[in-house]
Every structure is written in C-alpha cells, then in structure tokens.
Write a protein that binds this ligand. Structure first.
Ligand SMILES: [Zn+2]
Length: 398
C-alpha cells in the first residue's frame, strides 16, 4: 500500500510507468527499506534494480527472486509489485531469523516489464539474459520521443550513489511470485499455483493494399477494395484458429482503414494478428499458415505480412516445480499446477538459469485494471512458499 502511493490514481489504481518519476520514487522507498535491514541496493546498465542480502559465500551465484515495479497507465497495486515485495519479505524473514544463507539472496525489479511506455515490454529481463542487445534497447523511444538511454540518464541523476553491476551475471535460480491474472485459482479456492510454463505467442502485422476510388462510379470489376479483402482474411484466420477445446487464442485487436471516408473505396488496411497456444508445435503451424491464408484471400489487392514477435511456449524445469509443490504441501497450502497465459520476466530468465513461478489468486482474475486486488491471506501464503523455496536453494538443501 505504501508503494501504491507512488503513482496512485484517483480510482484506487496505479500509474507508475517504467523509469518515470513515480518509478524512481518507488525505488527510493525500497532502497530505504533495504538499508534498514542491512541489505545493499544495485542497478545495472538497463535500469534493473536489485537488493542483496549477502550469504556466507558471496562468491557463489545468488538465488534471485522478484518481478517488476512498473505498471500499466491504469494498472493496479499488485501486478509485479507483489513479486518484488514477497521477495523483500523473504529477506526480512531471513534477517529476523538471525540465520545467514550460504548463497546470497537477491530481489530484483526488472525494468519496463509492462511495455506501455517503451514497447515491447520485458525489456530489462530480456536485456539481462541476453535475448536483446543493450544498444537496441537504449534506442527505443516513448510516445514523447524520449529514448530509454535518456530515461536511464535521468534515473542515474536521481539515484547517483547506486552502484551498477554488469549484465548477465550468473544466477543460481530465479523464482518469481505473481498474481495469477486469471480466475482459475480463485474458482478452485486454492492459494498457490505452481506455474508449469508460459504460453507462446506469435504476432503479425498485415498490410492490405488496394486502390482508392469513387464509391458510386467504380464498377465491380475495377474495384480493388482493401477492406473487403482484409475482412475476408480475418474471417479465414478466425476459421483457421477456431478450436473447440478453447486452447488457441486468436485476436485482431488493431484494424486501420485508409482513407476511412464513407464514399471512398478503401485503399489500405493495416491490421494486427495475435495468436497464442500452449503447444509450440501448434503455434508454429498456425503462425506459418498466416501468410498463405492472407494471400489466398487477397482477391484483387496485395497483402504483406510481417511477423513482429515470436515467443515459443516454454516449460519450467520439473526440479523447481516440484520444489514449489513440496513447499506448498509442507505448509499445508492448497495448490495446483497451471500454465501462465500471460508473459512474464521469468520467460527470459528461464534461458539464463533454473527458473520457476508461483501464482496466487487475484480478485475475479482481473489485472491491468485499477480494481486489481488480492487478499492478505493469499499474499502471505505465496510469500511463505517463496521463502521456503528460496531458503532451500540458497543453502543447497534437497
Ligand atoms: Zn506483471
């Protein structure tokens, strides 16, 4: 609730976009808390933010946990923040116990998970794990034409005494706690979700080019109506992705018609295609069918299809999933395994070290909304499971 003041909206939500003044203030608050329990804070070249509790063997790769402090423009109090604060709670619990772990334990807030200010999101984790280059990320600009590099320079001016660490430092394991952002756990009345993996996604942009002409005088055989071709493509894609089992997710969320005038035959249509599926094999098949299908329905128009992003479905290692499961069972907390339908920073960390995720229920499964909520009992349950898993891993316990 204290962090939610940084960027608080009048309707109870949070607007704390990546590297904004509000994001910087949230970091400042956390630095104060970190120093209060004798932990150090670090940054890196991408504006990722770390808090470290030193282990008895500081040369060993740390156990890392956390998520992100940035939010959507009309976001809630829990998405991302929960994982950071659950991680910080683990550090506090370790301090309270008087014990010292063998490996250091670190809490991270990844820069720009949401992607609302600088697109696409999961920037800090992708850059940290080497999936995107620093140079490419630094040149991305927000709607006001400010670059990531400029925003990072502001961050450095605001927090000048924060040491910086290299990217790609070794990590022993990464465990991210997050609200589920879907209604499954709430419906089953279970506090803990053991995330099996993350659903894959392929996104495309289709550009259909026809010819602008008079709506009244142009005969049928001379028409090159980009809108009619585009709607034919969307319907064919919908048919392609129709799935009686309701696993395939197909969305055309953006559709732009030019010149968009009532008496002019549309000359150009640009639309987005977003396809998601838990099986990478199926995702490859569906995505590969997009261009041939669009071409087959182009009629007298031309179509160009660009693939914007490809993220295959991934599975977290069984070792970490069973650790989370055993911890929940030991604590007597109801749990189930489930797939994440949304993307998370853990996607990129999974390529860097052994990675897993813990979900807790959120009210009606709602997120990216100011009404986002979760119960204290569920928040605490997730933090307790996280603490068990982090402590065991930091001490190389079975
Ligand atoms: Zn999130």
């Amino acid at each position: 609730m204290t962090l939610a003041r940084h960027g608080a909206t009048s309707r109870g939500g949070v607007n704390r976009q990546a590297l904004s003044a509000e994001d910087i203030e949230a970091r400042r608050t956390m630095i104060g808390w970190a120093r209060g329990i004798g932990c150090s804070a670090f940054g890196d070249a991408l504006g990722n933010f770390f808090i470290r509790l030193e282990g008895s063997r500081p040369e060993l790769a740390p156990v890392l946990t956390g998520s992100h402090l940035d939010s959507q423009p009309t976001g809630g109090k829990f998405d991302g923040v929960y994982g950071v604060l659950a991680g910080f709670e683990v550090l506090q619990a370790i301090r309270d116990s008087g014990l010292v772990p063998v490996r250091s334990v670190e809490v991270v807030s990844w820069m720009n998970e949401e992607g609302s200010r600088f697109a696409p999101g999961m920037m800090g984790s992708a850059g940290f794990a080497g999936a995107r280059t620093l140079t490419e990320i630094l040149s991305v600009r927000d709607a006001g034409q400010q670059s990531v590099a400029e925003a990072l320079a502001e961050l450095a001016r605001a927090l000048p005494d924060l040491p910086s660490r290299p990217l790609r430092t070794p990590v022993h394991s990464y465990i991210e706690a997050h609200i589920e952002q879907a209604p499954v756990l709430e419906a089953r009345r279970l506090p803990i979700g053991i995330v099996t993996g993350i659903q894959g996604k392929r996104t495309f942009r289709a550009t259909v080019t026809g010819e602008e002409s008079h709506a009244g005088t142009t005969p049928h055989r001379r028409r090159r109506d980009a809108l009619l071709s585009a709607t034919g493509m969307v319907q064919a894609l919908e048919k392609l992705c129709f799935d009686p089992q309701d696993i395939t997710r197909f969305t055309v969320g953006m559709f732009r018609v030019e010149p968009n005038a009532p008496s002019v035959i549309p000359a150009k249509v640009v639309f987005s295609i977003d396809i998601r599926h838990e099986s990478s094999q199926r995702l490859i098949e569906l995505g590969d069918a997009v261009l041939p299908l669009c071409s087959a329905h182009a009629g007298p128009c031309d179509v160009r299809v660009e693939e914007l992003s490809t993220a295959m479905s991934l599975e977290f290692p069984e070792s970490i999933r069973s650790d989370i499961e055993k911890a929940a069972a030991r604590l007597g907390l109801g749990h189930m395994r489930l797939l994440s339908a949304a993307g998370h920073d853990a996607r990129y960390l999974n390529d860097h070290c052994e990675t897993g995720m813990i979900f807790i229920p959120c009210l009606k499964g709602v997120s990216h909304h100011e009404s986002e909520s979760a119960t204290a009992a569920d928040l605490a349950a997730g933090a307790r499971v996280l603490a068990e898993v982090v402590w065991a891993r930091a001490n190389d316990l079975p």
